[in-house]
Design a protein around this ligand. Sequence first.
Ligand code: PHE
Length: 503
Amino acid sequence: NMGAEGMDVQQQILHALEKNGVVISNEFAVSEKETHQKVVGAIKSLESLGNVINVKQIALKTWECTDEGNNLATSGSHEARLFNSLPPEGRSLTDIKASFPNSNFALGAAMKNKWLKKEGEKVIPAVSAIEDEVQIHLKAIAAGGENSVPDKIKAEYKKRKLIKEVDMTVFEVSKGSAFTTSVMKQEAELTKEMIESGQWKGKTFKPFNFKSKGRIEQRSGYLHPLMQLRSEFRQIFLEMGFTEMPTNNYVESAFWNFDALFQPQQHPARDAHDTFYVAEPGKTISVPEDYLQKVKKTHSSGGYGSIGYQYDWSREEAHKNLLRTHTTAVSARMLYKLAQEGFQPVKFFSIDRVFRNETLDATHLAEFNQIEGVVADYSLSIKNLMGLIKGFFEKIGITKLRFKPAYNPYTEPSMEIFSYHEGLKKWVEVGNSGMFRPEMLRPMGIPEKVTVAAWGLSLERPAMIMYGINNIRELVGPRVKMELILDNPLCTIDKWTPTGNNS
Ligand code: PHE
């Protein structure tokens, strides 16, 4: 907001420009008796108007008073002070030497200037009035008007440590292509009244200052960086028309976590070394019985064109409670529900916590968040899956993708997703994907012609990359620094460049 005074200086600068064609900020400050800072402020405001003025920066050496110099500028030189302290009849030399500070210097200088003379023991005025040039010079230098002081004198004052040389930036202002002496106060806001009255047409508006640091607001609640990133990923899925799945059940049965996904009961991932089983309550209350029977049959003897795994499927094993090891357990529940309610095409996503009995290290914790996308429709193919994945990763700024054949018990085909990392100059794994197997979908009651494409990745991996964290313990747990949370930018996702393995 421009004060009236600030406006005045701007006007003065414009008039001076019209008259002289050029204004040098420091000289202008001296001639107009303004501080240099105020003149520079006015120049900056005029500069922001567009092409009214041209501004060139000049680095200068200039002079500044030392503390002693400022003292003399305010109170006068020693010799002048001595002259002014003397009565017309003078004082004795001993008296002056005993009572006047810096008397030797003051006496010497005053004599040299012929202001005082000796008469026997006494010092008496030799003139009726004096002009204190030292004070005048120092005052001029203090106000930036050093040009009025001869170089020889400046050299002498420098030797006496009354002034010192300093660096200074001054601005040379000339007329711009849109030069005018009548600048209007720029409006900072377009108001309802301006629009209604049509006044806005005649106004000029202050340009947005995108370099402004903004105001530090009262600090209130902040999202943890991981949760912020989660909300950004959530936004991407929502933009792509996906619906979020309910993921609020960390405790899951082995049935939904593994069996429903056609993961055999002997599979190593089901081992207690890889999965946390729940001791109390150790068993799930119930699983839909007719569906369980179909799952049992598919595992033990096959169906839907498959011969299954050919083993004795155990209800006991399926009823065990565990901490879900992936969010695909939720996808299984949702697809089953969808089939019961009458299938229609869907796009689902989830972002939530999963648990694995891992050896903890710099990049692995026993719990992390998974991002999962699931699309169910008639006759989807792997081509659609790859397109979906491309679209999703493009939204987070990843364009170079490659797919590598992989194996998951519940998808066929399965593909690991790799992205080219510009920094590391190599392909790094960023996710896993596949088409859900008929052995998983058909027992649920999903219609024949329907296929389901799905992909997943961890939330922590991109988070570590975006926040530049190498040790996951700095992102989760008591070692998280408050600054990370408080100074976290509002939007992080555009910074995501993958650097490593996803799981
Ligand atoms: N569930 C897989 C994992 O835990 C990810 C995945 C999801 C793979 C969907 C294929 C399809 O890594």
